[in-house]
Design a protein around this ligand. Structure first.
Ligand SMILES: [Cu+2]
Length: 480
């Protein structure tokens, strides 16, 4: 079954979905958009004051489509859990930004922090000056500064925007903070064939360093949240039996992989990292590495009150969950761990793998070096840490096979900017049709992914685990 809300197709094989529901949904989404535009009107301060470091021009007049103000806030994860962190527009996650594929969008970013910041448009195929990566050449926004950027959003689907600043040893900066929000790019045609659409953003909080088995440092967390609230401290998601709910889920954790489950229900996965999958497999659990996104539909066919949350008790108890409540049901929300945690990207691939030959092959070997007790490991790609590494060369129009050879003892969610890649093999097993911009390369395994180079300009590649990225796990691709 295809869901046009995701893949832009006009036809739908689903039966029994009345036109009235569709109309209701369209109205609902207009309401959300209306709220967002009011929000920027009410944000204090003029767009034109303090305009240092403006980078990129706008082509659509004076008023931006969205405004992002970066400030430090006090945020209530739960009534007895308040913390100070930087955030976008005073909320966690930041405002939901909905853009239309291909229609030029203008965004104003105001940095009210005391240090330089930069906002990355994760998953978007856009130019280097607006992508939001200083390694590619996008400008940082100085403290008190403002930038106005414009880009035609593509591809459609579930993406996100977040700080691309280094945290280094500080556990307050980078993605340890609340500087993230959802970017949803509507396909050109988008009849909404589901009953509810919900965005869920996962994050871990109160990071601290602890020693791993070998004595090097690793990051742990005290608490976790979905949409900025700990389990039990947000309004429940109210559903009715038989409804189809489309969940758009973003893992905005700085370092943690998360497993999600909703007892008694299954997820039909429609898209990974915003890109529709060839096989919309039904799964009991979802796995999302840092920066991965999943769009999945759940048919509500098990009345009760349930926890939609981390499959692992420790993370759920730390707050990572939200409540799904059927109409007319009450009581304590039930959580039950799945029989096993299983995830395989191949489940969503084309059933008959299409074998393609690459024009070029680029080996990328991931290794680490122990730096001593109480230190972060140093990370290397092909034996070099950022910024010592030489740029890797891409040839426009050609198919490059990236061979991610993880010779370390950690799993790595590696991310490519400004492009998607197609997974072509995992542990030696071929697949095709799964296009992503983040892939978890498990310890001691090889993943191959094809990159067709069609967006000239500097292109950053890095591990999305903040402590790894900050410790050398980055490389730059250049077009020749
Ligand atoms: Cu990593």
């Amino acid at each position: 079954m295809k869901i046009p809300g995701i893949n832009g197709q006009q036809s739908c094989s689903r039966v029994g979905l009345g036109a009235s529901r569709r109309r209701f949904l369209r109205n609902a989404s207009f309401t959300v958009a209306g709220l967002i535009s009011q929000e920027w009107h009410s944000t204090p301060g003029s767009a034109q004051t303090g305009a240092r470091g403006s980078s990129t021009v706008t082509a659509t007049g004076d008023r931006p489509d969205y405004r992002i103000e970066i400030t430090e806030i006090e945020w209530e994860l739960a009534p007895k859990k308040r913390l100070r962190t930087a955030a976008y527009n005073g909320q966690i996650p930041g405002s939901l930004i909905r853009l239309t594929e291909g229609r030029l969008a203008t965004i104003e970013i105001v940095n009210k922090l005391d240090h330089a910041e930069i906002v990355h448009w994760h998953g978007q195929w856009i130019p280097t000056d607006v992508d939001g990566s200083m390694e590619e050449g996008s400008p940082m926004i100085p403290p008190g500064g403002m930038a106005r950027i414009a880009f035609p959003p593509r591809p459609s689907g579930l993406h996100w925007y977040h700080t691309h600043a280094m945290a280094n040893r500080s556990l307050n900066h980078g993605l340890y903070s609340g500087e993230f929000g959802v970017l949803y790019v509507e396909p050109r045609s988008n009849p909404a064939l589901y009953d509810q659409e919900r965005f869920l953003v996962l994050h871990d909080w109160e990071p601290y360093y602890s020693a791993s088995d070998d004595g090097s440092l690793m990051v742990n967390y005290v608490s976790g949240s979905i949409n900025g609230r700990m389990l039990g401290h947000d309004d429940p998601i109210e559903v009715r039996e038989g409804q189809r709910v489309l969940f758009h889920i973003v893992n905005a954790s700085a370092t943690e992989v998360h497993w999600l489950t909703l007892p008694g229900h299954r997820f039909q996965v429609l898209a990974l990292d915003g890109r529709p999958v060839p096989t919309e497999a039904l799964v009991e659990t979802l796995r999302l590495g840092p920066a991965e996104r999943i769009s999945a539909v759940v048919t509500m066919d098990a009345p009760g009150v349930w926890v939609l949350g981390e499959a692992r008790t420790a993370f759920r108890s730390a707050g990572m969950g939200t409540v799904v409540e059927y109409a007319g049901r009450s009581g304590e929300p039930k959580a039950s761990p799945p029989a096993r945690l299983a995830w395989d990207y191949r489940s969503f691939a084309d059933p008959t793998a299409v074998v393609r030959k690459p024009d070029l092959t680029i080996p990328m070997v991931f290794t680490s070096r122990f730096q001593g007790h109480g230190a972060l490991d140093r990370w290397m790609i092909n034996g070099k840490s950022w910024p010592e590494a030489q740029a890797l060369l891409l040839h426009e129009g050609l198919r490059h096979r990236l061979v991610f050879d993880n010779r370390s003892m950690d799993d790595h969610p590696v991310h490519l900017h400004r492009h998607s890649f197609e997974l072509v093999s995992i542990r030696g097993a071929a697949l095709s049709g799964v296009h992503k911009d983040v892939v978890i390369v498990e310890a001691g395994t090889v993943v191959e992914a094809d990159l067709v180079a069609t967006n000239p300009g500097n292109t950053l590649f890095h591990c999305h685990q903040q402590d790894h990225m900050d410790s050398g796990f980055m490389a730059l691709f250049r077009y020749q």
